[in-house]
Every structure is written in C-alpha cells, then in structure tokens.
Design a protein around this ligand. Structure first.
Ligand code: ATP
Ligand code: MG
Length: 646
C-alpha cells in the first residue's frame, strides 16, 4: 500500500492561527451543545444587522425546511462593502489578474462601493426590484463581483451561469428561474482565446420573452449583435446614474441567489440560498478554514459560476474585509507556471484550487513550479473532488515546500460553505482526508437501511441537523428538494456521497454513493482505486466504474489516460491490473482497462462517472443529461472504443 505520512499541526500554523487544538474542541462542543447561543454569538461577531433576530433557528428536516435568524434584517452588500469603508476604504478589495499576464487591476473597497451602487441604480432604473431574478453570464472580470453585489444591494436574486456554458444551457437556466434581466460581456478571454458571450446570450434569448434588459460590459470591443429595445452598455448606463444607492434591508430568509449544481449526477438543480445564514457561514468558514488575517492576499482559482466562486471569491472574503484575487485566465496559460507566477506577482498568502487542476499541473513536472519563489504562501486549499494522496503530497512538498498546511474542504453547492475541513492551527492533517466537521455540522454515516453506524466504518454521509447555509429549496420544485436530500433517510440531510470514518474520527470521502462498487461482496469506493492507479508512472488520470458481472456481481471497468509520451499496450494493461490488485487487494483487480485520451468532465472539472458507467455497461441509449459536459467529443471516442460490447 501507498504509505501516507500524517502531518501534525505545524508550530508556524499554530502560532498565527485563530484557533489551536483545544480551541476547536471547545467551540465544536459548544456549537452542538448550545447551538442557539453559539450561532447567536457568531452572527453578532461576523455580521452587521439592521434589526436583530427574534429567534435563532427553526427547522424540520423531514420537510426540508430551515430558517435562521428569523425576523433579522441585514443587507449582504452593506456587510461586504459599506461597513469596511471607515477603516479600510482604501484597502484593496479585489485584485484582478487578467488572462494576459500584463493585465491587472486593484479595486479598493471605496471603488467597489461606487461600482456596485452605480450598477444597482442601473438595475433599479430598468425596473428590477426586490425578488426579481437576474441572470449573470460573465467572464472572470471585476464586473462579475459588482453584478452579484449590485443584485444583493437591491434585493434582486442572482443566478450566475458559468461563462463556458452553451446558449441552450443559458436559456434553460433563465427559463427555469424566470430571470427578467441578464448581465454579460461582449466577450470573455480565457487562455488567449475569445469566448463569444453576448452572441450566446442573443441565441439563448430567442426563447426567453420575459427578459427585458441586457446589460453588456465591454471587455474586448468585438462586434456583437445588438437589440436597441433591450440592450444597454454597462459603461454608458453606469455613468448616467448616481454613485450612491441605499441598500434594501433584507429579511434574513430572503433569497440571495440561485445557483445550478454542476450536473455530475444528473440534471442540474437550482439551489436556492438565503441571506443571513448563508453569509454567516461563508464569512465564518473563510475566517477559520483559511485562517484569514487582515492584509493578507487570498486567491481562490474557482470560477464565479460555481458555488466555490460565490462563497470563497466574493461573499466570504469581502464580508471579512479581505483582499481577494479574481483570475480571468486558466492555470496553463501562457504556460504551466502561471499560478505560481501570479502568486509571486501579487504576493499571495493563501491559495485554494481543485484536485483536477493540481493533477494537470503535476503532470507537467516540477520545473514550472520551481521557476517561482512562492515565498509569500502560507496556506493551501483544495475542493471539488477527493484529492488522491499522491497529488496531496505533491501539493504539500513541491508547491508548499512542506511549510504550508493544506485544507481539504468537503462541501457542496447545497451546503453553501465548507462542512468537513481541517482548520490549519487545530487539525493534524492526513493526505486525502477532509478530516473533521466544521462548527455546528453534525455528520454521520448510515447504512442503506438507515441505521446509524458507529466508530471506524464506511457508509453514506448524512448531516443530522440544520446548519445556517443549508439549501432552502430547489427553485420552483420544493418536492425535488425533499425527494433528493430529505427522503432517503427521515429527518436528516443526505449528501449523496459515501465516506469512511477512521479511528481518529476523520472523514475520508470515497465518492458518490451511486458510484460505490460491490465486487464479490467487497464495497469499493471509486476514489480508492483511482488514487492507486495514478500512483503508476504511466497513468495521468483514471476513472473507475462498475458493470454487472455474472459471478462477482459487479466488476471494475477502468478508464485510464496515459501520461504524455506513454504508448498504450496490452502488457501495460496487464501490469496496471496487477498494480491495482497489489495496491488495493486482489478483489479490486479490474476486469477491463480502456485507454482514454480524454475523460468526460463537467465544466468545473469533475469526472462524470455516470456517463462512463453507461458506456461500460453498453447502455448507450440512456446516457442522460450531457449538457454540462466540457467536451462532448470525448464521449464519442470512448463509445467507439468501448470494451464491453454486446
Ligand atoms: P450535481 O449535484 O449536479 O450532480 P456536483 O455534486 O458535482 O453536481 P457540486 O455541488 O459542485 O456539484 O459538488 C459537490 C460534490 O463535490 C460533493 O458532493 C462531493 O462529491 C464533491 N466534493 C467537493 N469537495 C470535495 C472534497 N474536498 N473531497 C471529496 N469530494 C468533494
Ligand atoms: Mg451534488
């Protein structure tokens, strides 16, 4: 077996951290034993309220209902901007790093205030009011953050759609949440290529009669389609309105945004988050998990089109008065050293990215990393998928030079904020484990019959009590919320993920429950076998699914992307099969290994195993929703070369 070294809390991390080991234990215990008192204290400390709440919390998980800070009033944009003006109005709120390494900008809190107020006034002038939905289809430019905050300022509900999605995907999301306005840009720029955003909006809007306003930011100056009755330029409209906009006092339970899930497991769900509880958890986790200290530069590489971009580029950091870096480009442009160059250029202290990006960068070798200093780095983070221990060690050794703790944060669009995660000054790290629950989060493992499992064991991951940033509904379909998350097990939230808990109470996410395999009575998580495969020098990336087998019940069907320069061969297939058997156990020896030049991934970089499973089982007529695939052509290739054909 691959040897995993555990890492004790480092003295350096403990010295600066907001909490030490005992601090975590004390606060965690309080958060479960006296939840109302705990959350009231946190809500007072982290947020500025216009009117206090009358009741901290009320929930009924059997109906999927939750309410936090009932009757309390606050405005998210005031918390993220106005209240910082007196003390740090001239401090940098947003560092923008363009796709081209020569383009960047610093936006102070005072400038942010003006930008947000102006755009909010534009929306108001176009008749957008509290409760109306606004679709944001934006590149990674500061205006994306302005737009989110402008909506929040007037109580409009934003629905950010990732700028890489097709016109059809935009249309479906606009229609599903009945948006009245769209904010976009003429084009986006990523990896040196233009992305035709406004043209896509135009196509999408053919079927969206209720959209009466499109605000377009001029990013590249390209020629774009224009509709005089509906379209306005961002720069013209914002110049024509006042630079001050009073903020709407919102109820704690008023909707803040809708965000569609990534679509890894099926048709995306319009997750609705509300105001007070969401903002509290976003800001609190940003403070404790990233151990943010005033003046530090913090960089999350996600796109604002995903929940990670919402909570950890915009709302959490800005609520804490932090300096947040917003990156327009991709980690491999102009070359594989880009992230590390950006870290040096802006003296980034905290860096948060996804395993898929790390694996891609790791495949390029250590040289691009070593070409930078990274001396400013203090803390690293990861999110999105289980991180294989080998990638974790690489991140720790090569990127962080064994100096920076890694926070592996497990959470979901539906949870709004990190739920199972190390705290850098309090938690000993184990590569590949998301470690322990955040305050107020009570995880448990259930068997398929709904019995809670005790001690060191594996099972289905559930959350036993409501938390403030919990999903409130699936927009327009509360029954889907109840069916998806609150029906599998009565009275608890079902995450859809499987996990193992070890003897120290640490959680290891093993993958989606639907992806867990049962081979000759052995339950095998996809993450475990994939982690083993990528240890082999010939393997860049691997995806494991199950398909029916007469004797074993299920067998393993493995897709392997070879490393650059590796020639696939039958010998190598044999070798890899033995390798898995050695690493994991003989029962896990793969039945099939198919070479995969590319794997089907969501736009956020997650492997879509449900499609791979269909291909492995030769069930091609029921591939399901593929609209969120990054590159559909990958699927054709895999189908053509599948190994289990009838
Ligand atoms: P959909 O719900 O539409 O199928 P999705 O689940 O991929 O899409 P997200 O909400 O973006 O959409 O992703 C949440 C999921 O990502 C989690 O349920 C989990 O499977 C995985 N995940 C996120 N962070 C981690 C982590 N640190 N370790 C392991 N898995 C993680
Ligand atoms: Mg999900």
């Amino acid at each position: 077996m691959y040897k995993i070294d555990n890492h004790k809390v480092s003295d350096a991390a403990r010295a600066v951290s907001h909490l030490d080991e005992a601090g975590y234990e004390r606060l965690y215990r309080q958060s479960l034993e006296q939840p109302d008192q705990f959350w009231a204290e946190q809500a007072e400390r982290f947020l500025t309220w216009e009117k206090p709440w009358s009741k901290v919390h009320q929930s009924d998980l059997s109906k999927g209902e939750a309410a936090w800070f009932i009757d309390g009033k606050l405005n998210v944009s005031v918390n993220c901007i106005d209240r910082h003006l007196a003390e740090r109005g001239d401090a940098t709120a947003i560092i923008w790093e363009g796709d081209n390494p020569e383009d960047d900008a610093h936006i102070s809190y005072r400038q942010l205030h003006e930008k947000v107020c102006r755009l909010a006034n534009v929306l108001k002038a176009r008749g957008i009011k509290k409760g109306d939905r606004v679709c944001l289809y934006m590149p990674m430019i500061p205006e994306a953050a302005y737009a989110m905050l402008a909506c929040a300022r007037i109580g409009a509900v934003h629905s950010v759609v990732f700028g890489g999605f097709s016109p059809d995907a935009v249309r479906d999301r606009i229609l599903d949440s009945d948006c009245q306005a769209v904010i976009t840009a003429d084009e986006g720029v990523r990896g040196g290529k233009a992305v035709a955003l406004k043209t896509s909006v135009e196509k999408a809007l053919k079927d969206c009669p209720n959209v009466h306003t499109v605000v377009t930011v001029r990013r590249t100056g390209a020629d774009i389609p224009w509709n005089e009755n509906r379209d306005i330029w961002y720069h013209e409209a914002t110049a024509a309105v006042s630079a001050d906009c009073p903020a709407e006092a919102m109820d704690s339970e008023d909707p803040l945004f809708i965000l569609y899930t990534s679509g890894s497991t099926g048709k995306p769900k319009g997750v609705l988050h509300t105001t007070g509880g969401y903002l509290l958890m976003a800001s609190m986790t940003h403070h404790y998990v990233f151990d943010y200290h005033p003046g530090e530069v913090y960089w999350c590489t996600a796109d604002v089109g995903w929940i990670t971009g919402h909570s950890y580029i915009v709302y959490g950091p800005l609520c804490n008065g932090a300096t947040t870096l917003l990156f327009e480009g991709v980690p491999t442009y102009p070359d594989a050293s880009r992230c590390w160059q950006v870290i040096d250029k802006h003296q980034v202290n905290i860096f948060y990215t996804a395993p898929t990006a790390l694996r891609a960068l790791m495949a390029k070798g250590n040289e691009p990393v070593k070409s930078s200093s990274r001396a400013s780095l203090r803390l690293l983070g990861t999110v999105g998928e289980p991180i294989n221990p080998e990638a974790w060690e690489w991140y720790f050794d090569v990127v962080g030079e064994r100096r920076c703790p890694i926070v592996d944060t497990w959470w979901q669009t539906e949870t709004g904020a990190a739920m199972i995660t190390p705290l850098p000054g309090s938690t000993d790290l184990k590569p590949g484990s998301a470690t322990r629950p955040f305050f107020g989060v009570e995880p448990a493992l259930y068997d398929p019959e709904g019995n809670e499992l005790e001690g060191a064991t594996s099972g289905n991951l559930v959350i036993k009590r409501s938390w403030p940033s919990q999903i409130r509904t699936v927009y327009g379909d509360h029954q889907r919320l109840v069916d998806t998350y609150f029906s599998t097990y009565k009275g608890v939230y079902f995450t859809g993920d499987g996990a193992r808990r070890d003897e120290d109470g640490y959680y290891w996410i093993t993958g989606r429950v639907d992806d867990v395999l049962n081979v000759s009575g052995h339950r095998i998580g996809t993450a475990e076998v994939e982690s083993a495969l990528v240890l082999h020098d010939a393997v860049a990336e691997a995806a494991v699914v199950g398909c029916p087998h007469d004797i074993k019940g299920q067998c393993l069907y493995v897709y392997v992307s070879p490393m650059n320069g590796v020639t696939p061969s039958d010998e190598l297939v044999k070798e890899l099969k033995s390798f898995v058997a050695d690493q994991v156990g003989a029962f896990a020896r793969p039945e099939y290994i198919q070479w995969a030049p590319g794997l089907p991934k969501t736009r956020s970089g997650k492997i879509m195993r449900r499609i791979l499973r269909k291909i492995a089982c030769d069930e091609l007529d029921t591939l399901g929703d593929t609209s969120t695939l990054a590159d559909p052509s990958v699927v054709e290739e895999l189908i053509a070369n599948r190994l289990n054909q009838a």
